[in-house]
Ligand binder design. Structure first.
Ligand code: F0G
Length: 484
């Protein structure tokens, strides 16, 4: 039987501060630089040795490993050597994350949009969002730390717009033992489906009035003073795990990423950080020979990153914004924690691939909602943030930013069902004013009752079937044929 050995390579990982450039060891779980307070990224000191193998070696290895049967290699750690090559197999937590499908837009949808594209369905992760990629890595690191240090109590905390908390609670519930999960949510600003997830996983769910940004400030304050493990994407182990999205995308395209445009919704900016960093790594390793272009998408109701890049270069100053109600609620963030990472990586990205290789576009709430509905009417399962990506692609096409010879990959970051109440509001044309979304009747759908309940009274089963079938036939304009 073909078995794929667990990799023997071990890297030497360290945190690099994006503010002062200091390097810190990974014995402690750091979120910010102890010297200057800026955000960090994890790097492997031995990475240059990996370059010596040549790109084809890594392509072949990752392709062969796609058939691995060991649970530890079936998910995001297919890309072990370029993810977190300090973890031992026994610490790796695999709940079925990663390896999500790239689903080509149907001919009808492609025709409507005017470009060939695909959705990468990260809603098909175990907690139904891309956050599982990051949690698989962060929890594997935590398990290693618990084992090595003999810790007897680990309290994991995160602020969330819904999906981080769902993923954190799921992985904590599975890890069990000394690991406990606490999540902090903005009251009324996560969907009922998202709220049900950490509750079902048995986490302690705490709610605060306000928006995500308020919750984030509170957990940052707490993490700076108390011994807790912060699981927001400020935690760089999360970013490492989320880089697998870029690796899988390149692999699904057979490592050919020239003329590819990747669309990513931007909220706290952890995801786009990971996508940029992931593609840069593949490029450094010569696994891909061209960087795909990256389009970050924001709603006009939560667009601080868009505003920063829309300003002329010499006048750019980052200013947090006050968010207003958004159907892309999971990305409704006015002060993204990872913005400094994006700024640093976008600069590197543009230095390699040019100005047009990294862009941030703004879309309307109406376009986001219609992006989701249009995608799903064509066989996808896009969430509102996935809809935001389709809105972004349509805006990019309209503005002449994406050529006819280019291929787009849209990140559907979560499953449609998590955000289904927004579809319900649209179908009922009942959005509260602050969203600014009106229903277009051509996109509305509703069940039609064939009977009012009393009409069934007095009909025996045969009569009921006959009458129902006849009403259906009339509704559909069907005529009875002899064959019955
Ligand atoms: N899409 C979904 C479904 C999300 O849950 C998030 C973020 C984003 C997009 C934006 O990604 O923050 O990395 O830029 N959700 C976080 C949460 C904030 O708490 O679940 P980002």
């Amino acid at each position: 039987m073909l078995t794929h050995a667990f990799p023997s390579y071990r890297g030497v990982m360290f945190y690099r501060c994006l503010g002062c450039g200091a390097e810190h060891g990974t014995e402690d779980l750091l979120y910010t630089c102890p010297r200057c307070g800026a955000v960090l990224l994890l790097e492997d000191r031995r990475f240059p040795e990996l370059l010596e193998k040549g790109g084809a070696y890594w392509q072949d290895l990752f392709d062969v490993r796609a058939a691995a049967k060991r649970p530890a290699l079936r998910g995001i750690f297919r890309f072990y050597e370029i993810t977190a090559p300090v973890l031992e197999e026994e610490d790796i937590l695999y709940l079925g994350e990663g390896n999500t499908p790239l689903i080509e837009a149907s001919p009808d949808l492609r025709c409507l949009v005017g470009r060939a594209f695909a959705f990468k369905n990260d809603g098909q992760n175990p907690s139904a969002s891309f956050k599982d990629r990051g949690m698989a890595c962060a929890f594997s690191y935590l398990r290693a730390a618990v084992r090595q240090h003999g810790w007897d109590d680990v309290l994991t905390v995160c602020a969330s717009t819904g999906d981080t908390s769902a993923a954190a609670a799921l992985y904590a519930a599975y890890a069990g033992g000394v690991i406990r999960s606490v999540v902090l949510l903005p009251q009324g600003k996560v969907t009922p489906q998202q709220l049900s997830q950490p509750l079902g996983s048995g986490a302690l769910v705490l709610e605060l009035p306000g928006v995500f940004d308020d919750c984030m400030r509170v957990v940052e304050f707490l993490a700076a003073r108390c011994r807790v493990a912060l699981l927001n994407s400020k935690n760089s182990w999360r970013i490492l795990g989320q880089e697998s999205y870029a690796f899988e995308t390149a692999q699904a395209l057979d490592w050919k990423t020239d003329k590819v445009c990747v669309f990513v919704p931007v909220g706290n900016a952890g995801n786009i950080t990971a996508v940029l960093h992931g593609f840069l790594k593949l490029h450094d390793l010569a696994v891909i020979d061209a960087l795909p272009r990256i389009f970050g998408i924001q709603s006009h109701h939560a667009d601080p990153v868009y505003r920063y890049y829309a300003a002329p270069e010499t006048e750019r100053v980052f200013r947090p914004v006050e968010v207003t109600a958004s159907v892309a609620q999971a990305a409704m963030i006015g002060n993204p924690v990872s913005f400094p990472r994006v700024r640093a990586l976008a600069e590197r990205y543009r230095a390699v691939a040019g100005e047009r290789a990294f862009q941030i576009l703004q879309v309307t709430e109406q376009a986001v909602m219609e992006g989701m509905l249009t995608a799903n009417r064509h066989g996808h399962t896009a969430c509102t943030q996935g809809g935001e990506c389709l809105a972004g692609l349509r805006a990019a096409v309209a503005a002449g930013l994406v050529g006819e010879d280019e291929y787009a990959v849209l990140d559907s970051t979560a499953h449609a069902l998590k955000f289904i109440d927004f579809q319900n509001l649209y179908f009922a044309d009942a959005f509260p004013r602050e969203y600014g979304v009106k229903a277009d009747p051509s996109l509305v759908n509703a069940p039609e009752a064939l009977f009012i309940p009393e009409e069934r009274e007095g009909l025996d089963d045969d009569a009921f079937v006959r009458e129902s079938a006849s009403r259906i036939a009339r509704r559909l304009g069907l005529t009875e044929t002899d064959g019955g």
